[in-house]
Design a protein around this ligand. Sequence first.
Ligand SMILES: [Zn+2]
Length: 494
Amino acid sequence: MFALDFGKHYVMLTVVFFFLSTGISNSQIETIYSQYRTSLNQDSCLISDLQYLCDHYGGRVTGSNANLASVDWARDIFNAAGIQADKDAFRMPTLWLGGTTKMQITGKNTVDFSPQAVSKYKTQSGKFSGELVSVGEGDSLSFAENATKIKNAFILVETDLCLDINGLFAEYKHATEVELLAEQYKAAGIIFMASRPKGLLYRFISSKTTELSRPQFVMVREDAKRCIRLLEDAEKLDIRITTQHQEGDAFESYNVIAEIPGSDLADEVIVIGAHLDSWALGTGANDNGCNVAMMLSLARQMKVLAIQPRRTIRFALWNGEEQGYFGSLAYVQQNSTSLDDHRLAISIDIGSGEITGFFTNGRKDLYDIVDNITQRMQDSLVHLNIPIVGTDNYDFMMEGIPNLVGIHKPQLYGINYHASSDTFDKVDTTQLKKNSGMIGEFILRYANQDSIDLPRLTRKEIQQRVIDDHDLDFTLQMFNVWESWKNRERGRVD
Ligand SMILES: [Zn+2]
């Protein structure tokens, strides 16, 4: 599934082999950038790898057999291309593999029915029951007005339709606000109306990732609307829920880290990564198998063309991302003595829509350098200097390391996010190859700069330039990383 396409590139090998370590002309260097990009644009293995990953392994929740198998598969692909790659072990704090959820609604003047639903991450297995109470969209006024009914009841929360990445962040924010109110008013559990229509279900984490205090579910949008209409008819509804999952203690997972060593500046490191894990309602295609396949292709084509960058490039396939970026956290912990040598960390994690630029994550100095590089490329990229929380750039950002996240056009990402519909057929394979070509050219240009004057930010600078300047406090709470920053468990300590 990942045969190497050496044939047509063979003639270039001797030319390119001496790339950059022996001083060649600017036009020769430009030719190499162009050859690399072309070979990435034409790499059909990018698509066949993705299809294999999605269809043969399926959804890859960290801790599942599918995830473990995909780790070996990815490591073997790097190795088969002649690239050194390792499985780097790390501890995941807790195991939770989603199983089944069954709901039944009963009402005096209503025939019993069973809405379709899934539980949110870390909802404990068990049987639950109680009155179902509508709280509208779950604002504080609605909670206050229904205070006595809410206590020990299951609240049903309306949601807006989610159509794109802005909708996703709005949904996380909304859910966090509702969780805080549910805690205050002592609801027995929370049932969110699905933000996607036509029976689509999806899974995501709550703001208290590993210590959920009450069960939480996502109910099919149409079923939730039916319940709300019945409640508006003054029908009293009771709900019974049986939910069963595989739960366990801390366990070992693996990142796959492949490396192409640099030449004269080999001690300096560029990390580019995508997360291998996914939720398992779908098969993790746009989130994030497509960009895992991109990492494999970037490394393979660099090897095929015998390109040696000046700085070392590490290709990282992270694990444990969906539960809180635990794989990339482990990487910064395991590499704590060499973080000063990390010149850049890039995460590609927003699907297969066209990449239109980079989030430069609160660093104007990085923005300027990135903009300068991309001005020389054949792309009209627009970068945004705002910090993104929610993916594997996080621990690099909070360690003060320059970091980027690719900005994509939404395409089919938002609507299929974490949903049963996130399958291979939703990937824009033509665009994925173009994205790969652009990203490849970019990282190579970045890795070959004469100097990179981007020192790590101190804790004080991170607090000011990343958090305070962008009012990031609530966002950090939304993603359950505020406490660990405050108490110095996570992020730079000085
Ligand atoms: Zn993702």
